[in-house]
Design a protein around this ligand. Structure first.
Ligand SMILES: NC(=O)c1ccc[n+]([C@@H]2O[C@H](COP(=O)([O-])OP(=O)(O)OC[C@H]3O[C@@H](n4cnc5c(N)ncnc54)[C@H](OP(=O)(O)O)[C@@H]3O)[C@@H](O)[C@H]2O)c1
Length: 232
């Protein structure tokens, strides 16, 4: 391989996504920082560019198939092929399943499940053609099925359990040097995790970077926390 690997991080403007952009760029990848709000993505990318990192902003709403198509078409027109996809964008509606509105449930699935699927579907053919790809789905321990009572946190947990199932489906479809894995960041101090969370985005992103840069003999179709396998 000549040239830098190219990565795209969804929800890259803040939290774990922003730190993941920083660590990927630090590891030598060219990074597209995708954000739902154009201005926030530009600001976030500028912060990283100021430190000399190769990070470019992109507008992308993963819940909108037109936005995904526009974004990928724009990249293709510029000759950009995505080697590494980090499906990080997420929403956190935790309403118990018997109280949730149809709107809340639909939003959790639109962003956390279908958003990741749309993005993977868009980049997968190119990865198959080039015989290389890394997809990291930022999931959650709340999606684990082996916990007493199954997934926790209402519609959010269900959306992450489904994201884990998507990870396995994609991993089964992988050929050549393509690897699709899911990870649990743990409880992290971000807008989603709240200030009281014990972990920093830096700690969570280490495992994302590891999965994004796995060697050819690395795992495919796994679920990890701090680089250690987790039960589904
Ligand atoms: N923090 C935790 O404790 C924790 C634990 C387990 C798993 N996770 C997972 O880690 C990931 C990152 O979470 P975080 O803690 O960094 O949360 P965060 O600070 O709330 O960031 C969420 C990101 O997702 C973006 N986003 C939401 N809907 C989107 C959409 N439709 N299209 C594109 N981007 C969208 C947000 O964009 P806007 O700024 O425009 O809203 C923001 O950039 C999520 O998938 C989350 O479920 C977090």
């Amino acid at each position: 391989m000549t040239g830098k690997r190219i990565a795209l991080v969804t929800g890259g403007n803040r939290g774990i996504g922003f730190e993941t952009c920083r660590q990927l760029a630090h590891a030598g990848l060219e990074v597209f920082l995708a954000s739902r709000q154009r201005g926030e993505g530009e600001q976030a990318a500028q912060q990283l560019q100021a430190h000399g990192f190769a990070v470019k902003p992109l507008q992308l709403d993963v819940s909108d198939s037109d936005s995904v198509a526009r974004c990928l078409a724009g990249l293709a027109r510029s000759g950009v092929e995505i080697d590494v996809l980090i499906n990080n964008a997420g929403v956190y509606p935790t309403t118990p399943i018997t109280d949730a509105s149809e709107q809340e449930f639909a939003l959790a699935l639109q962003v956390n499940l279908l958003g990741a699927w749309r993005m993977a579907k868009a980049v997968f053919p190119g990865m198959l053609q080039r015989g290389y790809g890394r997809i990291v789905n930022v999931s959650s321990g709340l999606g684990q099925m082996n916990q007493p009572g199954g997934p926790g946190a209402g519609v959010y947990g269900i959306s992450k359990a489904a994201l884990n199932a998507l990870t396995l489906e994609l991993a089964n479809a992988a050929r050549g040097d393509i690897k699709v894995n899911a990870m649990d960041p743990g409880w992290v101090a971000t807008r989603m995790g709240g200030r009281g969370a014990p972990r920093k985005p830096e700690e969570a992103s280490i495992t994302i970077i590891w999965l994004a840069t796995l060697p050819p003999d690395g795992p495919n179709g796994g679920f990890f926390l701090d680089k250690r396998p987790l039960e589904w």
